[in-house]
Design a protein around this ligand. Structure first.
Ligand code: SF4
Ligand code: SF4
Length: 424
């Protein structure tokens, strides 16, 4: 694609990067069938190619409008288009640049600004999420549908066991850090302890880093970059002493957060105080599936020591696995979790359209509830089609969103593995 960037951006680092990305797009349209919003809305401007064209216009000096903002807002940032693109167009990075320019030029209505502000202030803090969940449960009947749909229906909400899963003592020489994040400990407290127990069984001790907080993805995706960078710096400071002490990886059980931590080096590359440490932390960032698949032999040995899982009739437990977009399109870890579940004795049921977003997409399900609900219904139908006993996923946002649309149990896959190993 030919470009003629406007003076205001041509010689900036972001302009040069955007220019190279725009030029790599050949307008072939192979990405269109992969795009969930294009499939739902049928509008070229809600497709990757259409959005790329909108951003090209913006970068070439045409005024940003509410229409530009609308179509960029409707993007899930799922990056399915990147997986489908034969030319390697880095759509996600271009979108970051396009959204930032649009945000600077198009004022949002006060209510939308307030909504985004509250999301940024509440969700990155675990105690605030817990308080919100408590209040939401109490006033649930009074909540607007868009908020209600984000919560698991009371009948489906699993009662947590009286005792949370224990964190194993640090007994191994090999050590990884486990970044807990913000929303996950409030919504599903046992995921990280389950991961720590599984790691313990394969000879790795997991260390919590209580001083670390939100990975920064929420603020980053809401185009609050200064705020996001502060969260990144905070986490670099919190993680660094443990990295220096010899931790071999920064493991994360939420694939979206793993992807974000993997980006710390790029996002802080111009910060002289943080660039080197952020790059090191990014190099150590791993989704928990990467840590386990790298030690598949040790996992096999641990699994061999315990009986295979069975459903109530004594058959193998059937699992529908939902691969989050962050796992398959951002981290490019398609097909990594599934063999681990099969090796553990679970039977995977077929799931059509596995590359398509469930509609969670960070704060998308709150900001674009109609589209998010349509995607959720399609995803739940696809997951339930193979009559599984439960649904497994790899990201807390997807877990909470899918749980709100099905009566089946929805778990993080590492919890299934921990249960299979008899961790308690
Ligand atoms: S598939 Fe890639 S090159 Fe083709 S239109 Fe989409 S982004 Fe552009
Ligand atoms: S990131 Fe997802 S929703 Fe956005 S253009 Fe690409 S495929 Fe479509």
């Amino acid at each position: 694609m030919q470009t003629a960037l406007a003076d205001f951006v041509r010689d900036t680092p972001a302009g040069s990067e955007a220019d190279a990305i725009l030029r790599s797009c050949v307008h072939c349209g192979f990405c269109l069938p992969a795009c969930p919003t294009y499939r739902l809305l049928g509008d070229e401007l809600d497709s990757p190619r259409g959005r790329i064209y909108l951003m090209k216009q913006l970068l070439e000096g045409e005024p940003a409008t509410a229409r530009t903002q609308l179509h960029l807002d409707r993007c899930l940032t799922c990056r399915a288009c990147e997986s489908a693109c034969p030319s390697g167009v880095q759509y996600g990075r271009l979108l970051e640049i396009g959204r930032e320019l649009t945000e600077e030029r198009v004022a949002r209505p006060p209510i939308a600004r307030l909504e985004r502000y509250l999301l940024r202030k509440i969700f990155p803090r675990t105690p605030r999420v817990r308080a919100l969940l408590g209040v939401a449960a109490a006033v649930r009947p009074l909540l607007p549908r868009r908020l209600k749909s984000r919560l698991p229906p009371p009948a489906q909400r699993p009662a947590p066991p009286a005792q949370p899963l224990a964190w194993p003592s640090a007994r191994h020489a090999r050590r990884v850090l486990l970044l807990s994040g913000c929303v996950q400990p409030a919504l599903a407290r046992d995921i990280d302890p389950a991961a720590a127990q599984v790691l313990d069984r394969i000879g790795i001790s997991a260390t919590r880093v209580p001083a670390a907080g939100c990975c920064g993805a929420l603020a980053h995706h809401l185009t609050a970059h200064t705020e996001a960078l502060e969260q990144l710096r905070h986490n670099v400071d919190a993680l660094w002493p443990q990295v220096e002490a010899g931790a071999e990886a920064v493991a994360v059980t939420a694939s979206a957060c793993a992807s974000m931590v993997g980006d710390y080096g790029r996002l802080l590359k111009d910060d002289a105080r943080y660039a080197a440490r952020a790059a090191r932390i990014s190099a150590l960032a791993r989704d928990i599936s990467q840590v386990l698949s790298a030690d598949a032999a040790a996992l096999d040995a641990a699994l061999a020591a315990v009986p295979a899982p069975a459903d109530r009739q004594g058959g193998a437990v059937r699992v529908a696995f939902q691969a989050p977009c962050s796992l398959q399109h951002a981290l490019r870890l398609s097909g990594v979790v599934e063999p681990l579940l099969v090796a553990a004795g679970f039977v995977l049921t077929p799931v059509v359209d596995g590359h398509t977003c469930c509609g969670s997409a960070g704060s998308y399900s709150l900001l674009q509830p109609q589209l998010a609900q349509q995607l959720l219904r399609a995803k739940v139908a696809a997951l339930e089609a193979g009559a599984p006993d439960c649904i497994a996923t790899a990201n807390i946002g997807c877990l909470a969103h899918i749980r709100s649309g099905t009566a089946l149990p929805v778990r993080h896959w590492i919890e299934l593995l921990a249960a299979r190993l008899g961790c308690g």
